[in-house]
Design a protein around this ligand. Structure first.
Ligand SMILES: Nc1nc2c(ncn2[C@@H]2O[C@H](COP(=O)(O)OP(=O)(O)OP(=O)(O)O)[C@@H](O)[C@H]2O)c(=O)[nH]1
Ligand SMILES: [Mg+2]
Length: 599
């Protein structure tokens, strides 16, 4: 791989990490108001989210510089070992347990300055060490870290003295986690009492698993038989933590604190700890820690997104159930068409008359009146066809509308009852989000709103007009004979006199007895019946989209006035969880995974 592509691969990864980090923060903010939901989604995310914020994103800042943290149980001699590594008392050493309360970082001037800017150990808020007593003070904020500038360290090594990792105080566990994350190398300061302590072992085991170098140092060791006991204990520790590292010993020595210039030698006596730290292959350790962090992050981020999908799926399921129910209840609505619908037939026939006959028709008020009556009669036929009304012909548009109002009102009430009955069955994290508004719903106010909203769409829509035209056009083309009857009859209606009606009707193929009606007041009804007869079964196709439209309009009203309010803020959170910001998180995560796979 060339330097150029390597650089750009790093940049892609950095952008993906930064993108994920920002997206995560944004999502947190969007869900912040709801504690239950936040917990359901972000529970157990602290660990890897911290990794992202503190280790992966700022990784490139600290490249080329190793952080060796001196860690271990309470009062094991961490501060003493730390000072020995520096050759002077930088950190207070105390006989009291849990004396060191805050991390203390020693670095050369340049690195110390970077730390003060929060760039190298961003887990903690850096401040200068001063007289050193802040390190052991209880009155300093938990996330404080002290920085001591020392020229005794090279630019590629920083040392970190730390509070114990086995504190009984749960607040300190987070600090311990941060220290483990911040360190590339962990010097495990052990004693005969602590080396098998469950919490201590677990701490270092996890550190080793995450690519960090763990170096055991047995303190207060008995030098008898060439540290035979310590050797044994160190072997146990290495086995427990699954590491294979050189081990170091510090003999029990009461004058230790007064003689900080002495070295910490390895068990085999070949090297001392400070020299060993300086000899480590920094780039390879950095890379291992980084890749391990990245692997952990990519895996955890994926399972985070899976968990988020589960929550989002549960919320969406509730939403769909409620919307679906509004739809199912709206399906029970069986509206009957008004006069206008029936009128469409006649209007269509009229529009297809020749220019002369059209002129006659347009000038005749009687024709217009006739069209309305034909429409009404045809409407009756439509109702019969769609089985909506037993005796439809005597139903007026006004009574029809009232019937519709009642039907919609009943459906609305039934839906409210059914949703109220379901509320107790909705489980968390959806449960607490819904129901408040439904329970306090003013039913008497809402029912007329649903009715009005639905009936507003009672007029014939452009879509339905277009559908009617398409259907009639097809029919018109396919049924030349039948359509002539209609054309002819319609022209007869326009001109009306019985005398000229008969030949038209007869040539158009309608039998003589029917022509008799044409002279009388039943002429429109007769024409309507003929249209109905000619148009035949297609009448049902004609009406069904209109029925669908009416039901859709009721569904929309039920969703807007009942289902959506019943769902309360759930709908909003569904939008967040299925929205662009989550999609983006997924894309960043995939990009990180790809970068990891190719690294
Ligand atoms: N005799 C003897 N005393 C030691 C040795 N190492 C540390 N001590 C003493 O043990 C006490 C605790 O040492 P620290 O270095 O402060 O221990 P620590 O692990 O930093 O303790 P905390 O910060 O409180 O967790 C001090 O009084 C040290 O002088 C040793 O090898 N021999
Ligand atoms: Mg200490």
């Amino acid at each position: 791989m060339s330097v150029g592509t390597e650089e750009s691969a790093t940049q892609v990864l950095q952008a993906a990490l930064a993108g994920f980090s920002d997206g995560l923060q944004q999502l947190r903010a969007q869900l912040a108001e709801d504690k239950t939901l936040t917990k359901a989604i972000f529970d157990r995310s602290d660990d890897w989210a911290d990794l992202l914020t503190y280790k992966l994103a700022p990784h490139f800042e600290g490249e080329g510089c190793l952080i060796a943290a001196v860690t271990g149980g309470t009062n094991t001699g961490k501060s003493t070992a730390f000072n020995l590594l520096l050759g002077s008392e930088v950190s207070p050493m105390m006989a009291t347990a849990a004396a060191t309360r805050h991390p203390l970082l020693a670095a050369n001037a340049e690195r110390a300055a970077q730390c003060m800017e929060g760039r190298l150990v961003p887990e903690f808020k850096a401040q200068l060490v001063g007289d050193g007593m802040g390190v052991v003070s209880e009155d300093v904020p938990e996330d404080a870290m002290f920085v001591a500038e020392t020229e005794s360290l090279p630019p590629d090594l920083m040392l970190l003295d730390t509070p114990d990792v086995d504190s009984i105080d749960q607040r300190n566990w987070k600090v311990a986690d941060h220290i483990r994350a911040a360190g590339d190398v962990l010097v495990a300061v052990l004693t005969a009492e602590k080396y098998r302590d469950e919490r201590v072992v677990a701490f270092f085991k996890q550190a080793a698993e995450s690519g960090r170098v763990v170096i055991p140092l047995m303190n207060k060791a008995n030098p008898a038989d060439d540290f035979a006991v310590a050797r044994h204990q160190l072997a146990d520790f290495c086995n427990d933590v699954s590491i294979d590292s050189p081990c170091f010993v510090l003999p029990h020595d009461f004058s230790l604190a007064d003689n900080l210039s002495r070295s910490i030698s390895s068990l085999d006596g070949d090297t001392d700890l400070r020299a060993y730290l300086e000899s480590l292959d920094i780039p390879s350790i950095k890379r291992r820690v980084y890749e391990s962090s990245l692997t952990h992050f990519v895996r955890e981020a994926e399972s985070f997104l899976d968990g988020l999908d589960d929550v989002s799926g549960a919320l969406v399921a509730v939403r769909e159930e409620f919307y679906g129910r509004a739809h199912a209840y709206a399906e029970k609505y069986d509206p009957a068409p008004g006069t206008e619908i029936g009128g469409l037939f006649h209007q269509y026939v009229q529009e297809r008359r020749g220019p002369i006959r059209r002129a006659i028709g347009a000038s005749s008020k009687a024709v217009t009146k006739g069209a309305v009556r034909i429409g009404r009669t045809l409407t009756g036929a439509l109702r019969r066809r769609s089985d909506l009304e037993a005796s439809a012909s005597d139903v007026t548009d006004k009574t029809l509308r009232e019937k519709h109002r009642q039907a919609i009102a009943q459906i609305t009430r039934d839906l409210i009852t059914s949703l109220l009955e379901s509320l107790p069955n909705v489980r968390e994290p959806a449960g607490h989000l819904i129901g408040d508004e439904l329970q306090s719903l003013d039913i008497e106010a809402v029912v007329p709103e649903v009715v009005d909203d639905t009936l507003k769409a009672d007029d014939i829509s452009e879509e339905f007009r277009a559908h009617a035209k398409r259907l009639l056009d097809t029919w018109w083309e396919d049924n030349t004979g039948k359509r002539r009857v209609l054309e002819g009859l319609d022209a007869v209606l326009a001109v009306a006199p019985a005398a000229i009606a008969a030949p038209f009707v007869l040539t158009a193929g309608v039998g003589g007895p029917e022509a008799v009606f044409l002279a009388g007041p039943l002429v429109e009804q007769f024409l309507a019946r003929v249209i109905e007869y000619q148009f035949g079964d297609e009448m049902f196709d004609f009406i069904s989209p209109w029925t669908t439209e009416q039901r859709e309009s009721l569904t929309n009203a039920l969703v807007a006035h009942i289902a959506a309010p019943a769902l309360g803020p759930l709908v909003e959170y569904c939008d967040v969880l299925t929205g662009e910001s989550v999609e983006e998180l997924r894309r960043w995560q995939e990009q990180c995974a790809r970068a990891l796979a190719t690294s």
